[in-house]
Design a binder for this molecule. Structure first.
Ligand SMILES: Cc1cc2nc3c(=O)[nH]c(=O)nc-3n(C[C@H](O)[C@H](O)[C@H](O)COP(=O)(O)O)c2cc1C
Length: 309
C-alpha cells in the first residue's frame, strides 16, 4: 500500500526523465528479462543493460568472481552476444517496458563506439546510451579510453554529432576525475555515471595463486561506497552535469547519501545478486522516508549536503 501518494519521486538526468531515481547498474541485471520472474520491472526508474559490443565477446577466463569482505571482485571482461543479437533477441522484451531503458555500450576504439551508437540510436524503445569507458577488465578501450580527457572529449563530441539520443559517459574512478568529467560535458555528454568498479586483486594463499583467472579485477559492493560518494560529490560541485551515482548501494539510506552528495539518480549493482528485489524495496522505503519527513519532492534533495554549522 502507498502510504504517501503525494511524494513525487520523479527526477531527470538531463533530457532523460525517470519515474523514480532507482536504476539497476550495468552488468548486474543482465538484459532485464532474467529478473522479470522476481520483480515487476516497470516499478524501476530504469534498467541499464549489460554492456554490449559490436561483435560478440566471450569474456575473461574463469574464475571470474571472488568474494571479499563487504564486496565482490569480478573480471567478467564484457562477455556479451554482440549488438545484432542484442537487437534481435533482447531489445524486443525491453521495448515493452514503461521503465527507462538505457543501453550500455563499449568498444576498443572510437570508431566502434560510433558505429554502435549510430546503430542503436535508430532503434525504438531505448531512452539513452551509457558509454562505458571504464571497464577495468579489458585490455583495449575501457579505462585506457576513460582516463584521458582529450580522448573523452573527442569521443563525446563525435557521439554528439552523430546521434540525437542522449548519452551518458561512465567514467573510471581513479583518474583526474574533474578534468575528465569537464571534458565529457564540453564534448556534449548528457550526464555521467559514477563509478565503475575499483581495480583490485585477491590472492588464494594456500595455492599462491590469484583468485581471478584474469589475475586482477574490479571491486564492487559496500566497501567502495565511500569512494563513490566522494567522487560524486567532487564532480557535481565542480562540473555542471547531472550524475547517476553508484557503488555499494544496499538500501534507501545509501541512496540518500548519493543524493545529498549530488547524484540526480542512482544505480543498484552488486546488491541485485544477493536480493533480486532490493531495488523495488529501496523505492518503497525511499518514498516512506520522504513522506514521514514531509519532503514532497525527491529532486529537492539533490546536492543538498550541508557543510556548515
Ligand atoms: C559482476 C559485475 C559485472 C559488471 N558488468 C558491468 C558492465 O558490463 N558494464 C559496466 O559499465 N559496468 C559493469 N559493472 C559495474 C557496475 O555497473 C557498477 O558500476 C559497480 O559494480 C559499482 O556498483 P555496485 O557496488 O552497486 O555494484 C559490473 C559489476 C559487477 C559486479
Amino acid at each position: 500500500m502507498d502510504k504517501f501518494p503525494d511524494v513525487d519521486l520523479t527526477t531527470s538526468v538531463g533530457r532523460v526523465k525517470l519515474k523514480n531515481p532507482i536504476l539497476v547498474a550495468a552488468g548486474t541485471f543482465g538484459y532485464g528479462e532474467e529478473y522479470s520472474r522476481y520483480i515487476d520491472l516497470n516499478i524501476l526508474g530504469g534498467i541499464i543493460t549489460k554492456t554490449i559490443t559490436l561483435n560478440p565477446r566471450e569474456g575473461n577466463p574463469p574464475p571470474r568472481l571472488a568474494e571479499t569482505p563487504c564486496g565482490l571482485l569480478n573480471s567478467i571482461g564484457l562477455e556479451n552476444p554482440g549488438v545484432d543479437a542484442f537487437i534481435s533477441q533482447k531489445l524486443p522484451f525491453l521495448k515493452e517496458l514503461t521503465t527507462a531503458v538505457i543501453v550500455s555500450i563499449a568498444g576498443e576504439k572510437e570508431e566502434e563506439y560510433l558505429r554502435l551508437a549510430e546503430r542503436l540510436s535508430k532503434e525504438e524503445g531505448i531512452r539513452a546510451l551509457e558509454v562505458n569507458v571504464s571497464c577495468p577488465n579489458v585490455k583495449l578501450g575501457g579505462v585506457a579510453l576513460g582516463k584521458d580527457s582529450g580522448t573523452v572529449f573527442s569521443l563525446a563530441r563525435r557521439l554528439k554529432e552523430a546521434i540525437d539520443m542522449p548519452f551518458i559517459l561512465k567514467l573510471p574512478p581513479f583518474v583526474d576525475i574533474v578534468e575528465v568529467a569537464q571534458a565529457a560535458r564540453e564534448g556534449g555528454a548528457e550526464a555521467l555515471s559514477l563509478i565503475n568498479t575499483v581495480p583490485a586483486m585477491a590472492i588464494d594463499v594456500e595455492r599462491r595463486r590469484p583468485k581471478l583467472g584474469n589475475i586482477t579485477g574490479g571491486l564492487s559492493g559496500p566497501c567502495i561506497k565511500p569512494v563513490a560518494v566522494k567522487i560524486v560529490w567532487e564532480v557535481t560541485r565542480k562540473v555542471d552535469i547531472p550524475v547517476i551515482g553508484m557503488g555499494g548501494i544496499m538500501d534507501f539510506e545509501d541512496v540518500l547519501e548519493f543524493t545529498l552528495a549530488g547524484a540526480s539518480a542512482v544505480a543498484v549493482g552488486t546488491a541485485n545478486f544477493t536480493d533480486p528485489g532490493v531495488s523495488v524495496r529501496i523505492i518503497k522505503d525511499l518514498k516512506n522516508y520522504l513522506g514521514a519527513k514531509n519532503i514532497t519532492k525527491f529532486s529537492e534533495l539533490v546536492g543538498r549536503i550541508s557543510l556548515g554549522e
